[in-house]
Ligand binder design. Sequence first.
Ligand code: KG4
Length: 336
Amino acid sequence: MKILSIETSCDETSVAIVEDRTVLSNVTSTQIEEHKIYGGVVPEIASRRHTEAISQVCAEALKQAGLAYSDIEAVAVTFAPGLIGALLVGVNFAKGLALSLDVPLIPVHHLRSHIAANYIDTPDLKPPFLCLLVSGGNTVIAEVADYTSFKIIGGTLDDAAGECLDKAARCMGLNYPGGVNLDKIATLADNKKYPLPYPKVSTGKYDFSFSGLKTAVLNLVHNAKQKGEEIDIPVVCATIRQRVCDMLINNTINAAKEFGHKSIVLAGGVSANSELRSRMESECKRLDIKLYCPPLKYCTDNAAMVGAQAIYEYESGNVSDSSLNAIATLPIDYRS
Ligand code: KG4
């Protein structure tokens, strides 16, 4: 089934044509350069740029796939969670397109798509597996029992891991998206000497807390500035990256052991983090667990992953009509 899929949940306008797990085209117009000057995404600007870009991006995706609108058999769209104004652009475009082509409209949850990025060109990956989903706005450990059946077993109580890395990077003057630059600069450090905390969590044993770590970095940087002291930026970057990775890896590996999972899937933008990938690889190898990481080009927001999840949503009967609305916050285990 040839599915035209649309992603506009944050700052990338992306349209892809996906057939089963094969990507026929994936075209993304990024707004990063424009948001960079503000140090983060400005929601109103994001919505406007999606509106300007979406028709062209869609036409280009069809062209690159060598298809016409009449070849499209379904339209899929990210409807939740995300920036509400940004989501609405994609949802309304998808509704109009599905109606005019007279094809099914498939609503897709953004975090489910991030997991599905791993399905692309990887036929051997099938549920059940354990997933660590780490992005700019979410940090969740979930058991994926089936393609559309999820059980959350841990998550952040405050900030997402990506938010912690991005804000820490911003306060050290690194360009947006900070987590990417923090990862690069951390590799230049020769030690991890800064006394940053490991936030403790007293709820579920697989839950996380990152806000204390973020605040500790902000305080460290501001105190140094007030005293006119230099901070060693690569070493701070390496220390915070190590703390975040320790928490993510420990919880995920312990959960895999407790629930007997022999496959772990990484998903979300932070799954591109080089330390997270390499340490997870060696831990999984040591424990004889199979690790799946999305290709780097599908780690951050894109429409190919929406199409990869859409086929399973369609097969499970998750099809919508023109009353589909965008939702800013929705857990991955929602029932349609
Ligand atoms: O999944 P994503 O694109 O957006 C959300 O859906 O939230 O994730 C964005 C996060 C940001 O925190 C960004 O700094 C991080 O992913 N990220 C990376 C890399 N690319 C994106 N972190 C480290 N290395 C990268 N190459």
